[in-house]
Design a protein around this ligand. Structure first.
Ligand SMILES: Cc1cc2nc3c(=O)[nH]c(=O)nc-3n(C[C@H](O)[C@H](O)[C@H](O)COP(=O)(O)OP(=O)(O)OC[C@H]3O[C@@H](n4cnc5c(N)ncnc54)[C@H](O)[C@@H]3O)c2cc1C
Length: 553
């Protein structure tokens, strides 16, 4: 059997390596347009930051090592120009010129191109993407003499680039078209990231785009949509990716939403042609939407399974994806899994959302820090999505919640999870257990909740009861809120009754914890009450800079 693999990095190389492990006799040829195979694209930002100092560490394999260990014929600097499915051959162009190559099976893992917006000046030599080792070396070289940088796009890679350049001491600005950084995150979680970016000294411009790049002698100037101008010695372009599909579409391979359509085994509509990774579609486990997911994990795992399928083992389909992703920004980690709020709303999926701010480990053990956690769940009690930001323990909680979503678990299952605990690592009720308990309380009516977006309605229709201390209240509160600390509430219920004058109560505190205790007292005393999920902390995060208008002293 002769197998030709197009693209020698994440998906392509995983397929080729697994194929060899399954079949010693197959002829396996990997064609890679770039000068490296199997390089650590995810490590590139950390080469720019200076944390990875050895360039060789970015090269996980070479054609020589692949020949020696797996007997793969990996051909670098070789671009596949066209596909002729009827003749089962591709035309490639490499160091030895143009040639045709027949195949029995063809695997496409060509990845994605950086999106280049049609901006005047984008071809400046100071503008670079961050997708290849060469890009990382270019940025590293420029950074040696640069004093300022602009990053276009505040997605995961854009923020990694911004963090890296800031670590190198450059004045760094991030320009993002969407209204918050890391657009896949909900507003609340993104707020903590913006906060950390600002703490690092990175200038964050959201709801803003670069409309022109003026090329200067000493530096370029990015002209922004709000009319402001940014001088930058380096401009990193990280405005998203577009799957590489044109060549394959021309040959009859079906493309949808800009990506190659594959079935659950990675088969395209063309016989003996398979695809995966950034260039191919995958089905979202939560929403059922078919779209490309540009993440290394799904590409690597799909590569292995496509190799199994090519080898005749169709017992394990390529799984649906949930887009679990994570990023480090300074001292903060932000991560998400499953559906976000915007997707749940646009897909009309009925859901509840809770926000909580537990500590990453026992509060009495030194070094505890808060995890800002949001969990979305359905009326059927299933976990639909989760996001978190914090200094410690975020990766563990999001990975547990990703496992829960994959397993189709309910919020009740989260309560039951038997997670590792000792004081330096967690709490006897882990944040994930706590999220399950809160969600179950919402679903069974023990704790009806309200959200920041309901604030105007709450102020119109209910008495806002702030159960923080008098000092906290004095430092900032929602106008008109009655302040009774939760510890005094039992003795002051008459005051609540009088102020409410027949209205229901919207109770809140800093994090939603003390107000939960207050809510339970109120409910058992006969009040119609609801608790503000996540409390004022979530309100500040959701309102961002607008919080100053809503919370007064
Ligand atoms: C800077 C950076 C950081 C990242 N960090 C993370 C991270 O932390 N976590 C994460 O999950 N994901 C991360 N990703 C995304 C992840 O790297 C990709 O999702 C993954 O590599 C996709 O695998 P793939 O096989 O589809 O494409 P790639 O790994 O991009 O490989 C495609 C290869 O195909 C080659 N090719 C294309 N067309 C042809 C052709 N016609 N002929 C021959 N060869 C061709 C290309 O040269 C390319 O090398 C990061 C990506 C970048 C760029």
């Amino acid at each position: 059997m002769k197998i030709v693999v197009v693209g020698g990095v994440a998906g392509g190389m995983s397929t080729a390596a697994r194929l060899r492990r399954l079949n010693e006799d197959a002829e396996i040829i990997v064609l890679e347009a770039g000068p490296e195979v199997s390089f650590a694209n995810c490590g590139l930002p950390y080469y720019v930051s200076g944390e990875i100092t050895d360039q060789a560490a970015l090269l996980v394999q070479t054609p020589k090592s692949l020949k020696e260990s797996l007997n793969l014929d990996a051909r670098i600097n070789t671009t596949v120009l066209s596909l002729d499915p009827a003749a089962k051959k591709v035309t490639a162009e490499g160091p030895q010129g143009e040639y045709e190559l027949e195949y029995d099976e063809l695997v496409l893992s060509p990845g994605a191109d950086a999106f280049r917006p049609a901006i005047e000046g984008i071809d400046s030599k100071r503008v670079s993407t961050l997708r290849t080792v060469a890009d990382a070396l270019t940025i590293d070289e420029m950074a040696k003499t640069a004093t300022s940088a602009a990053v276009i796009g505040a997605g995961f890679i854009g923020l990694e680039a911004a963090e890296a350049l800031r670590m190198r001491g450059l004045e760094t600005t991030v320009v993002e078209f969407a209204d918050h950084v890391l657009p896949p995150l909900d507003e609340e979680t993104a707020y903590y990231v913006t906060d950390e970016l600002r703490r690092l000294g990175i200038d964050v411009r959201t709801s803003t785009s670069v409309v022109e790049i003026e090329q200067g002698d000493d530096a370029d100037t990015a002209v922004l949509s709000d009319g402001s101008r940014l001088e930058a010695d380096i401009i990193v372009l990280s405005a998203g990716v577009r799957p590489r599909t044109a060549r394959w579409e021309k040959a009859g391979v079906e493309v949808e939403r800009g990506a190659i359509v594959v079935d659950e085994f990675g088969r395209t509509n063309v016989d003996n042609v398979w695809a995966m990774g950034d260039a191919a579609t995958s089905v979202d486990l939560v929403t059922g939407i078919r779209r490309p997911v540009a993440l290394a994990g799904p590409a690597n795992r799909a590569g292995r399974l496509v190799a199994d399928a090519i080898s005749g083992n169709m017992s394990h389909a390529v799984p649906k994806t949930i887009g679990t992703s994570i990023v480090r920004v300074g001292e903060l980690t932000a991560a998400m899994t499953g559906a976000n709020q915007r997707t749940l709303e646009s897909e009309g999926i009925a859901h509840h959302t809770i926000s909580l701010h537990p500590l990453n480990h026992a509060g009495y053990f030194p070094g505890a820090s808060m995890i800002h956690l949001r969990v979305h769940f359905g009326e059927d009690r299933k976990v639909l999505g989760a996001q978190a930001a914090g200094k410690g323990g975020v990766d563990k909680r999001i990975d547990v919640l990703a496992t829960a979503i994959k397993a189709g678990m309910t919020v009740d299952d989260l309560i039951d999870l038997d997670l590792a605990y000792s004081p330096p690592y967690g709490s006897a009720k882990d944040p994930v257990n706590m999220a399950g308990m809160m969600a179950a309380n919402v679903l069974d009516g023990t704790m009806p909740i309200w959200h920041t977006k309901d604030l105007d309605k709450m102020r119109e229709e209910r008495l806002i009861l702030d159960v923080r201390s008098a000092g906290e209240y004095a430092r900032g509160h929602v106008p008109g809120a009655l302040n009774i600390p939760h510890t005094q509430l039992r003795d002051r219920l008459d005051e609540v009754r009088e102020a409410a004058d027949g209205r229901a109560i919207a109770v809140h505190c800093m994090s939603g914890m003390r107000s939960y205790l207050a809510h339970r007292q109120l409910a058992q005393a006969g009040f119609d009450s609801a608790n503000h999920t996540g409390g004022l902390m979530t309100m500040v995060a959701e309102l961002g800079d607008r919080a100053r208008e809503v919370i007064v002293q």
